[in-house]
Design a binder for this molecule. Structure first.
Ligand code: SF4
Length: 579
């Protein structure tokens, strides 16, 4: 099955802004933290917010304490005033585009205009807008309801920001012919327009559409209705569990989109479920290879193989006669640390990587056994290489294993136990440094006769920056889930745009450094060939920037393949150039 993912699917600017404001609130504002109404239509997320102490209230209490956040839909001015009077510290996260519509209504209401809002009476945004009409506001959801309104001397017409664009065009024509004195404002937000335009086009090119989002989310229901206008089957689901497997498995090309309040990880889950659907019905061989690829990625055997390739390439770049045992140590070390990390941080995976979370939950004993065998394997091999390599590997193991431990007791630091992982952004640097050491420095130490030199620094930079880019890139893809579970990764600290800039800068800088070292005569021609790796990584970042990335296992496979490619390039260079 070919799945076409809409570029516009998922959180819009306003929802993302409100969700981020809510998640950042516990660290920035007086507690307890509340939201006025549920932040998004997703029960799991709401439960998690509650676990983080962020509760939703629906009415204005007489007395309130702490902070309350007004979500993207906005509220009537009287509600905001009531919340302030009750004693809350009010954080207004109303979307700027909704504020624009509120301002239009407010200004015209002051001049005696009636305000006609085209939207859903029960929708919180419409209820909020109505509050700005100073008692002279009317809501119409259909042309019939509009016809039934009295004729006003002065009136404006505005649309709920997520209204159907085509329907609003009909309203405009109706107003022009029936009440030309009415002023009509284009208030459908650009994000909604683009989303609707994309789904109209997409539904022409696919056999069926899957629309992901809350059943009570107005904008998602509207997307489903627009897709249905094409006459193609439309499946509106809240999660992958609601996918009609039997019905969907018969289609070759399926379009996938999601409402403005649907988190990334839910889209990812639905995408993964769709991706695995036709394979289970295909021939046994294809099914076998699909399962093999999935298992290799979920256990990180493929990633570990990539670490071995990186080590092979970095040691050959330094002119060290390669020993298979050194690459095997790198592979087994990375495999062990990855399994331990996944066994101890399964909570974040539930959101970012549900397949992996399920895999580790279902195979807890076998993966634990695999990590044990793997750890024993690399310790024994490194011991056979000498006391120094063994000591280095032992130290790296302790550091890796202690990453998830709470090293600073609760009583020492404001009641919160701390570990290395609690240092903001630590994972990105920690993983990159560990891979860099094992790929570029360890082979030198294992070969006791070779001293550390400038070429080691070049190889270390090449390997470390590549792994840094890979890890930070995964962090960018996982930002929403990480925020929810309170993980402070580099992209969360600096923002997605700056994180992408840092990655581009790091990869380009490293590429120039390797190139300069090559031109200065420090490196063999392999140095130039290995520049293909940062170039490919930059290409993948570019694909992500242009929204042409495919989420899920295929994407992970592409990223990990950059390291495998380093190994293949080195192998070919050794076979055809050296011999
Ligand atoms: S749909 Fe548009 S107006 Fe509504 S919250 Fe999102 S960005 Fe803001």
């Amino acid at each position: 099955m070919k799945i076409i993912l809409a570029k516009t699917s998922g959180f819009c600017m306003g929802v993302r802004r409100a969700v981020e404001a809510a998640l950042d609130s516990p660290n920035q504002h007086p507690q307890p933290i509340h939201t006025f109404g549920p932040l998004i239509h997703n029960p799991q997320v709401l439960n998690l917010l509650e676990e983080r102490g962020i509760k939703s209230i629906d009415t204005v209490p007489e007395k309130g304490a702490g902070t309350i956040l007004i979500r993207a839909h906005g509220v009537p001015p009287s509600t905001k005033l009531g919340l302030e009077k009750a004693g809350f510290n009010v954080i207004d996260a109303t979307c700027p585009r909704v504020i624009k519509v509120q301002t239009i209504i407010n200004k015209h209401a002051d001049s005696g205009y009636a305000s006609i809002i085209i939207g859903d009476k029960e929708h919180p945004e419409v209820m909020g807008l109505l509050g700005y009409a100073k008692g002279n506001g009317f809501v119409a959801a259909t042309l019939g309801e509009l016809e039934a309104l009295p004729s006003f001397e002065k009136a404006i017409i505005v649309a709920q920001t997520t209204q159907n664009k085509a329907f609003y065009e009909e309203i405009k024509q109706w107003a022009a012919s029936r009440h030309p004195r009415y002023t009509v404002f284009d208030t459908i937000c650009g994000s909604t327009e683009n989303r609707q335009a994309e789904i109209r086009q997409m539904s022409k090119d696919v056999e069926a559409m899957v629309v992901v989002g809350g059943k009570d989310s107005g904008n998602t229901r509207r997307l489903a209705a627009i897709a249905a206008e094409s006459g193609k089957p439309v499946f509106h689901v809240e999660s992958e569990e609601e996918l009609e497997t039997e019905a969907l498995a018969g289609y070759q090309v399926v379009g996938l989109t999601a409402g403005a309040s649907t988190p990334n990880w839910i889209i990812k889950r639905v995408h993964n479920a769709l991706e695995s659907m036709p394979v289970s019905r295909a021939g046994k061989l294809r099914f076998f290879f699909y399962r093999l690829q999935k298992t290799l990625l979920l256990t990180n055997l493929y990633g570990a193989f990539g670490a071995g390739c990186l080590c092979y390439a970095a040691s050959t770049l330094q002119g060290i006669h390669h020993r298979f045992s050194v690459s095997l140590i790198a592979m087994l070390y990375v495999l062990t640390m990855h399994i331990v990390n996944n066994l101890t941080s399964n909570k974040a995976n539930q959101y970012n990587d549900p397949d992996r979370a399920e895999f580790f939950r279902a195979h807890k004993i076998s993966v634990s056994f695999l990590s044990l065998v793997s750890a024993l394997g690399y310790l024994l091999i490194s011991f056979s290489l000498g006391l120094l390599p063994f000591t280095i590997i032992l130290l790296m193991s302790f550091t890796g294993l202690s990453y998830n431990l709470k090293l600073v007791p609760r009583k020492w630091f404001s009641g919160k136990a701390l570990g290395i992982r609690d240092i903001p952004g630590s994972k990105t640097f920690f993983v990159a440094a560990a891979w860099g050491v094992i790929a570029a420095i360890f082979p030198v130490i294992a070969k006791a006769a070779t001293p550390l030199n400038f070429i080691t620094l070049v190889a270390f930079s090449w390997a470390t920056v590549l792994v840094f880019a890979r890890t930070a890139f995964y962090d960018i893809l996982d930002m929403q889930g990480d925020r929810i579970v309170g993980k402070e990764t580099l992209p969360i600290l600096v923002g997605e745009e700056k994180a992408m800039l840092i990655l581009r800068f790091a990869l380009s800088g490293m590429g120039l450094f390797v190139l300069a070292a090559g031109l200065a005569g420090y490196l063999s021609s392999l140095g130039y060939l290995l520049l293909i790796c940062p170039a490919l990584m930059l290409g993948l970042l570019e694909m992500h920037g242009r929204d042409v990335a495919v989420p899920g296992l295929r994407w992970e496979f592409l990223v990990e393949s950059v390291f495998v490619l380093a190994g293949i390039t080195t192998f070919l260079w050794t076979a055809f150039y050296l011999n």
